[in-house]
Design a protein around this ligand. Sequence first.
Ligand SMILES: Nc1ncnc2c1ncn2[C@@H]1O[C@H](COP(=O)(O)OP(=O)(O)OP(=O)(O)O)[C@@H](O)[C@H]1O
Ligand SMILES: [Mg+2]
Length: 143
Amino acid sequence: MRKVWRTSCPEETRKVGEEIAEGLSPGDLLGLFGDVGSGKTVLAQGICRGLGVEEWVTSPSFVIVQEYEGKFKVYHMDLYRIEDFRELEEIGYEDYFYGEGVCLVEWPERAGPLWPEEAIWVHLRRLGTSEREIVLRRGGCTS
Ligand SMILES: Nc1ncnc2c1ncn2[C@@H]1O[C@H](COP(=O)(O)OP(=O)(O)OP(=O)(O)O)[C@@H](O)[C@H]1O
Ligand SMILES: [Mg+2]
């Protein structure tokens, strides 16, 4: 399955997040790929909102993982500061990647070989000052 959206403000990106959330179940792992400022955290805010998280979601940069309670548990990870994927083994990443909650990961490429092919991949791309393209792939779709 592959889906593409284009948005022109942060709130529209959050709405896309809510739509994505409708298709999520406990145990799902989502990678949010994209440059700095492409909108990964904004999309995560929308996904969390769609999953019933009432807390305001911010970037978890300094803690690597932030846990929220919504319809299910939600783990929001930001791997930007990971320098070596072995650091993830030290923090017990399996509990989040393969845990009982929905796991949202910014900068998943930092996980290197630990990032599973079978995850849901979301790519965000900046098209203009406030235009973004969001592409979601799941189920090993490569087209
Ligand atoms: N259509 C849009 N969708 C999302 N964000 C937008 C959009 N238009 C403008 N923005 C702005 O782009 C920025 C996106 O920031 P955000 O923190 O979500 O990026 P990020 O990908 O998480 O970056 P980082 O790699 O630093 O974590 C915000 O300042 C937001 O207001
Ligand atoms: Mg971010």
